[in-house]
Design a protein around this ligand. Structure first.
Ligand code: DGI
Ligand code: FE
Ligand code: FE
Length: 188
């Protein structure tokens, strides 16, 4: 699918603010893909569609997780986590995206997972550091992203977990696994 067509599909699903975020993630993901040798077209597609389901009713997202083979424990945790796996499903069904690597990058863009692919890392990080993001620690991660993908990713995952801990919010186990997996690989 061409970029313009994909953007048109996604624009209808999002608020203006979220669409601007999506454009930022797209530019950042393409740049990271170039830098670290990921497939640029797949990075573009995954970035464009990553928040496709962000504004779907919670009930709809919940039904998708119940009816598809997504981990059911997702439903015990913050509903913010649901748009990623449910989005991968909806993007396949409604936008006709069939590429498994693209769909998985969408699916894991919020929690990450143990054993992330290069494309998944690029999308997670692009989502975190796109130019429209302004929060404590983001500049440090932007600087790290210029140097080393995994180091930047660890910092982003760590910040996300710390942010949740500070708010006394539960942390989805896959987010801890993402962190552990990346850190243990770096020690090798
Ligand atoms: O959709 P975006 O806002 O662009 O970014 P995102 O898909 O990374 O979602 C971020 C939200 O998800 C944010 O409100 C924090 C929440 N989140 C991320 N990881 C976890 C989490 N919430 C819980 N409870 N547990 C997590 O591990
Ligand atoms: Fe998201
Ligand atoms: Fe996003």
């Amino acid at each position: 699918m061409e970029r313009e067509e994909a953007l048109k599909i996604v624009k209808e699903q999002l608020t203006d603010h979220r669409y601007q975020h999506t454009l930022g993630v797209m530019e950042t993901a393409i740049a990271l893909a170039k830098q670290y040798g990921a497939d640029e077209k797949k990075a573009e597609a995954a970035a464009i569609f990553h928040d496709y389901a962000k504004f779907r009713p919670k009930d709809e997202l919940k039904q998708i997780i119940l009816s598809q083979k997504f981990p059911q424990n997702l439903l015990e945790y913050n509903s913010e986590l649901w748009h990623a796996p449910a989005g991968a499903y909806l993007v396949e069904m409604e936008a006709g995206i069939k590429d498994k690597e693209v769909l998985e990058a969408i699916r894991y863009h919020t929690s990450g997972r143990s054993g992330m692919t290069l494309l998944e890392k690029v999308i997670y990080l692009a989502d975190y550091i796109e130019p429209g993001r302004h929060f404590p620690g983001v500049d440090e991660v932007r600087a790290l992203a210029k140097v080393d993908l995994d180091t930047a990713l660890i910092q982003a995952v760590k910040n996300t977990i710390l942010f949740l801990l500070k708010k006394n919010q539960p942390v989805y186990p896959d987010s801890f696994q993402t962190y552990n997996d990346l850190v243990m690989r770096q020690e090798d």
